[in-house]
Design a protein around this ligand. Structure first.
Ligand code: FES
Ligand SMILES: [Fe+2]
Length: 353
């Protein structure tokens, strides 16, 4: 399987670069990420063009990364800006391979395709909430030994909650939700509503109202290749949706290899922003749930599939609850196919049509 290239992938959380260079494999390529003194992030191939050693073993000097072997320095564009034994002169012809970078929403993003086409506006606008100063956001990261689309499947089909996360199960079960799956352009939405339900304890603690019951909602938006925004919340029974609690939660998958995934997640809130115990609760609970429940199940699925990453090649049983995930897989397949034929990246305008 090939990857979608002309799109943005999350490379790292912005604060992962505060302690020097970071080595990370993305789309099967070894990369080094660093932040220069001027605050600008750079992403290069983690291989010095002189003797091919890892640049990530070096250090940041000024706005460049210094190779640990003979001290060549490369800036974020990959240009050699300093050669210690050639009178320190820049040598723009000695280049390290670089990736277009943009910072948005507390993340460093890289463009994996044609640099001429790198347009930050192709990052889904639903993620703008991560830059909203009215929101407090908790960030998390997990690595999964499975293809990134298996993680997408997991998030677009929450019927697994009844079995895999029994503590989070509604008393009436998943089947009691009203559900609608919708495709708008190249986006997929999985809408879930549960009128007149009982909020869970975090929702109950965060809501404005003291009513016992609430209309609860949980809506997932998928954007290619695997950028997802979940909005969960509630309001008093019969009130307009989102009029009380509305919690945005991003789920952003970046392939490490074909069979392993960097999974970046967030939870934002517009209330109790100084409550650090709540930050810790989100961090601990979500890390626990994913690392001990979803993650191992996804890894087990990948192990059973071996090196195969095309789910359809395995002729899986298809259930009605697979509807959103299957649509997402079909759209991604088509985008990858179109890209191979030379199509431009899908613009948000087309995606929103
Ligand atoms: S290997 Fe990097 S400067 Fe020689
Ligand atoms: Fe789950």
């Amino acid at each position: 399987m090939t990857y979608l290239r002309n799109c943005w992938y999350v490379a790292c959380m912005a604060d992962e670069l505060s302690d020097g260079p970071l080595a990370r494999t993305i789309l099967d390529e070894k990369l080094v990420m660093f932040r220069g003194e001027d605050g600008t992030a750079g992403v290069l191939a983690d291989m010095c063009p002189h003797r091919f050693v890892r640049l990530s073993g070096g250090k940041v000097v000024g706005n460049a990364i210094e190779c640990p072997y003979h001290g060549l320095r490369f800036d974020g564009s990959g240009t050699c800006v300093y050669q210690p034994f050639e009178s320190g002169e820049p040598a723009p012809h000695n280049r390290a391979r670089s990736w277009p970078v943009v910072e948005r929403g507390g993340y460093v993003w890289i463009w994996a395709g044609d640099a001429e086409l790198a347009d930050p506006d192709l990052i889904p606008s639903s993620l703008d909430v991560l830059d909203d100063p009215e929101q407090k956001t908790v960030y998390g990261y997990l690595r999964v030994e499975g293809n990134y689309q298996l993680v997408t499947d997991n998030l677009l089909d929450l019927s697994h909650v009844d079995f895999l996360h029994p503590d989070a199960r509604l008393p009436e079960g998943y089947a009691s939700y009203e559900n609608k799956v919708e495709q708008k352009g190249n986006r997929v939405f999985n809408w879930l509503w549960k009128p007149n339900s009982t909020p869970n304890y975090i929702q109950a603690a965060l809501r404005d109202s003291t009513e016992e019951k609430a209309d609860v909602f949980s809506h997932m938006e998928w954007n290619a290749p695997a950028l997802m925004m979940l909005r969960t919340g509630l309001q008093d029974v019969g009130e307009p949706e989102g009029s009380d609690l509305n919690l945005p939660s991003a789920h952003l998958m970046t392939p490490e290899t074909e069979t392993s995934t960097h999974y970046f997640w967030t939870v934002s809130r517009d209330r109790k922003k100084d409550d650090t115990a709540l930050d810790d609760l989100y961090q601990t609970a979500l890390t626990h749930i994913f690392s001990t429940q979803d993650g191992p199940m996804i890894e087990q699925a990948q192990q059973a599939m071996g090196d195969e990453t095309d789910l359809f090649a395995m002729h899986p049983v298809i259930l009605s609850t697979d509807s959103a995930a299957i649509r997402a897989r079909r759209i991604l397949q088509k985008l990858i196919r179109d890209e191979a034929r030379g199509s431009a990246p899908a613009s948000p305008a087309i995606a929103a049509a």
